[in-house]
Design a binder for this molecule. Sequence first.
Ligand code: ATP
Ligand code: MG
Length: 358
Amino acid sequence: MDKRKRILTGDRPTGKMHLGHYVGSLKNRVRLQDEYECFFLVADLHMLTTRPQKEHIHALRENVREMLLDYLAVGIDPSRSTIYLQSAIHAVYEMNLFFEMLVTLPRVARLPSIKDMARAARLDEEAIPFGLVGYPILQAADILTPRAHLVPVGKDNLAHVEVTREIVRRFNSYYGEVFPIPDALIGEVPVLVGSDGQAKMSKSLDNAIFLSDDAQTVKKKVRGMFTDPNRIRADIPGRVEGNPVFVYHDAFNPDEAEVADLKSRYREGTVGDVEVKEKLSRALNDFLDPIRERRAQFEADSGYVEKVLYEGTQRVQVVADETLKEMKKAMGLTGVWNRISRKARDRMRRDERKESGS
Ligand code: ATP
Ligand code: MG
């Protein structure tokens, strides 16, 4: 038996992964693979909360593959960590329903993240699906599938982990200590700004640099990046704090001396945006090169990605069934059903005897 504590986290398979996903969560996952027993899920049911249409389900085949390639390319190692497909875990649907009884509607409905997701999906308040309000509850079902202790996520997800913690407290107080109370682990950069200066790098906002972007694309995106809007000439002192180019330099340029030098010259007005951006492109491409290389290798290996997901999912089916069984036992549902079946079987036996005796 593996004695390590467990990690669970995952992502919606809505496309390729970007630098925000990396600093927000992927980096922690890769780092903690030995220390923890890790479970990473492809959250396709969560995708359905805003994209239930057939075309999105159809696109899953490609999107799941892209996501897995990103996982493997950054260094998630399937020989140490388990990667699985959420919709193939039957126990999750049942767990979700039980947890729905332990949260109030206003608690989840007032979460800003639900409204943010609705906005990103261009749904107005009236059109928010019931299932989208249930997003954090389904997430609780995921986190509690392997009874995880730690959940590495971006800051936008912190409020959801808090909902899971509340569910666990309530569950354990009603039925006994079945689940640990999980902690969130926020990444080094809690929320990475978008290349356009918007608060969050996001696929849906068209401000993302993807882990799979080629070198030319990265250069082009960096050249078009938002900087200090007041700095219309290179000799005007600029603002470094919150400036996306410097946020990215801090996160991805390992040459600290170079970054410090650029910052001080930027503040003085003695360096142009062009130089700052060229150095950023180089740093980002140096960071992405080995990721691209590994991605290409896995991509060429036909059936490998599918095998990884298939084996991981099979493993989790066993883990999830075990958790569900213990849940139902603790809740007393197993006992109710067992008694009903026992009495029914007794009666059926008596009926049989009577029939054969008469
Ligand atoms: P996007 O918003 O780009 O479409 P997403 O929000 O759909 O991505 P999720 O599946 O919701 O992606 O998030 C996956 C994980 O990545 C979550 O833990 C989330 O907090 C984290 N994450 C996403 N974007 C960022 C970001 N810009 N900075 C830090 N973490 C992020
Ligand atoms: Mg999100």
